[in-house]
Design a protein around this ligand. Sequence first.
Ligand code: MG
Length: 455
Amino acid sequence: MTEKKIQKRLFGTNGVRGVVGKDLTPELVFNIGEALGTMRSGCIAVGRDTRTSGETLTKAVKAGILATGCDVVDCGILPTPALQFLVKDDFDGGAMITASHNPPEYNGVKIIESDGTEMGDEETLKLEEIIFTHSASPNAWNQTGQEFLAPHLIENYISGIVDQFPDKPGAGITVVVDPGSGPACLTTPRILTEMGCKIIIINGIMDGSFPGRLPEPSVDGLKSLAELVVSSGADFGVAHDGDADRAVFINEKGQFVEENLEFALVAQYMCQQKRGTIVTPVSTGQIVEIVAKKEGCSIVYTPVGSIYVARTMRELRGEGKIVIFGGEGNGGLIFPDHQFCRDGGMTSAMMVFILSSNPGKKLSDLLGELPERCIIKDKITSRDGPKILKSLISAFSEDTIDQTDGIKIFRDNSWALIRASGTEPIIRIIIDSENRQVGQAFYSELKDKINLNIK
Ligand code: MG
């Protein structure tokens, strides 16, 4: 079974996001805290990334939660997966103040359930309803919650990863770490050092103005990291987004590792350890399915969004299925024996472990052994998304079509995914094919059929 996608009013795929002071005010964040406290009881963990607005908004969400009688444990600055790890073990819920990969002027809130996963659509709709109908229930003056400070809890997350890799597998491996001035400054260098790696750090001082690069770990933004990997002779470089639930890599030659290749390399390793199922959105590159099937494993596809992946993984495990791995083709990988959420620190540690398990091979060698695929991505500006998608279903009626999220058209060894954005007048296209020639032909045919329907 796969989690279905429901459109929400306030929350997007990964929480609420907006420009601070404009779309995202302390008042809104207070209301979110109050709604969360109304829905839950007990003790809620709160954390934040390094954004300049983080302190204000953390105080707002805490005030909302405390007003309803829930207690709050403030874990301070830490990666989103660190807060999720702590919530899973010890709390009744969590609220993370972060805008992930968005620029510095943005911030947001991710709500975490007691099992460590992000709040699902059904519960989020209830939370939104409380906010829009002003039906939160603050407690009387003598029944408000208590706040506790616990910045030391981040240590539990670090040891929770390091303890999975005993015997210092990182000995002899040099890694350049780029936490991008975000909360991973406190975690990834420590994790890799304790695994035995030699560490070089760039953008390693926490700073919400992000002076070295933007929170999105893009090819352009990681040029300094790539140069440092080459000049230092490191084995690889790793960079995180603004809340370190994603990790992307630079190989020893200074080349950016496309995230579907990263996913495929880790998936291949996980499948070789144990046969089972991998869960991923329909947008993930075909390369992941190819390596999984080669190792005798299967794939379950979900709508686009890590929350659908995480919750589907958890449900499948609940049904007794062997779910070994999951994630997205953007560097957001989920290790279910560790926790049911994307984890950039864990992904960094796993990359060290995979390299150490292949002595004599460089990261570029391992990537070079993966099958080759060609991915073409494009987006078209149009308000007619739903109409165009409908017309494509009949235009490609001879082909197999999947409608898990948007439409995915399969032809021979290729596919095209066409999705209309829920928030912008944009249609996103991905073509995944064996080679560029086949991909271009498929893309031209698709584009012709879309143009017929664009006003
Ligand atoms: Mg993120």
